[in-house]
Write a protein that binds this ligand. Structure first.
Ligand code: HEM
Length: 170
């Protein structure tokens, strides 16, 4: 009779068993540097700016900060779309990235983030001076939490699963 160890020894991981799937180098890159990794800094930074501008507007009542929040939220959304586009092309075109479930988890988290970023901007377009309390601030806090979660998860793809990285050092 075969032991559990014998059975486990015969099992293979269908992903690591296929050599093609171990290659997850970025294809959407400039001189080997993934464009997605460069673009994500913009939605991350601008989302933080939108929340900061909201807090300053709440504190000072200066309309400058309401306008700053409107522009930051808008640019966070638009740059988020660009980052999402580069990530999606990467996801669809690299077999080693496409085959991993965690890539699709990142895609779903990121799409949810983009919906929240779009709502944060769209809500302010109908009167940014009155948008802060309560929904503008709620949307900015939610955006900041979602962008942190998405960025952290994107980092896991790179640092834990080595997606988008070069195995040859070139
Ligand atoms: C909407 C679809 C998206 C897809 C399909 C996607 C896909 C990916 C993939 C495949 C990687 C692995 C590295 C690479 O191949 O470049 C990655 C990394 C990453 N993603 Fe996304 N992504 C999307 C949107 C976003 C957004 C909106 C953000 C903004 C927070 C984001 C943040 C990150 C971060 C921070 C990394 C790690 C980059 C690094 O440290 O090199 N992603 N993403």
């Amino acid at each position: 009779m075969r032991s559990t160890q014998d059975v486990e020894d015969q099992l293979t991981d269908p992903i690591s068993a296929n050599p093609q799937f171990n290659r997850a180098e970025s294809k959407i890159a400039v001189a080997g540097h993934p464009i997605h990794a460069m673009l994500v800094s913009f939605p991350i930074g601008l989302t933080a700016c939108a929340l900061g501008a909201d807090l300053f507007y709440w504190w000072t009542g200066d309309i400058f900060w309401a306008r700053a929040a409107l522009w930051s939220a808008g640019m966070a959304f638009l740059m988020g779309l660009l980052a999402g586009l580069s990530g999606t092309v990467e996801l669809l075109s690299v077999p080693g990235i496409r085959v991993r479930a965690s890539s699709w988890t990142h895609f779903i988290i990121a799409m949810t983030l983009l919906a929240v970023l779009g709502a944060n901007w769209g809500y302010r377009l109908h009167g940014y001076e009155q948008a802060l309390l309560p929904y503008g601030l709620i949307l900015s806090v939610l955006s900041a939490a979602m962008v942190a979660f998405t960025g952290w998860h994107g980092g896991k793809l790179v640092f834990d699963y080595q997606l988008g990285t070069s195995s040859t050092g070139n």
